[in-house]
Design a protein around this ligand. Sequence first.
Ligand SMILES: O=c1ccn([C@H]2C[C@H](O)[C@@H](CO)O2)c(=O)[nH]1
Ligand SMILES: [Zn+2]
Length: 144
Amino acid sequence: MEFKIERPQDQKTQELVDLALAARNNSYSPYSKFRVGAAIRTTDGKIFQGCNIESCSYAPTICAERVAISNAVAAGHKQFDTIAISSDLKEEFITPCGVCRQFMREFSKDLVILMVRPDGTFSRTDLTVLLPGSFGPESLEMPR
Ligand SMILES: O=c1ccn([C@H]2C[C@H](O)[C@@H](CO)O2)c(=O)[nH]1
Ligand SMILES: [Zn+2]
């Protein structure tokens, strides 16, 4: 995968990036010590944050992306245009895990994903790239 490096060019992107970076501060990650923050923007311009939350039993661990989406859905929002994800990796771009990609797919086929580094630089992709040929809610509506 090729990563083109970008910097926020407008106020809306800057805000989303900043909120994703700030969300790392609430990360509960005593086991991995790998902090992740996320911020998702709804199509009507609201932003919801999330951080990863780990469990001593490991498997119940939930990623920052799914916490952000859950916060939005719990507040009544299900239409999204962009999610920003950040970690403490200085060189690498944090990419969403497979479970989160499918969780995003529930609400959007082509969600824009900004993978943010601590200095605010990011690489942009979308769900059509990260989850091609996906299984979605429409599949359950097909004739059987
Ligand atoms: O995109 C990612 C990748 C990993 N994690 C979390 C899960 C776990 O707490 C820690 C290490 O995998 O990072 C996220 O929140 N989002
Ligand atoms: Zn995940």
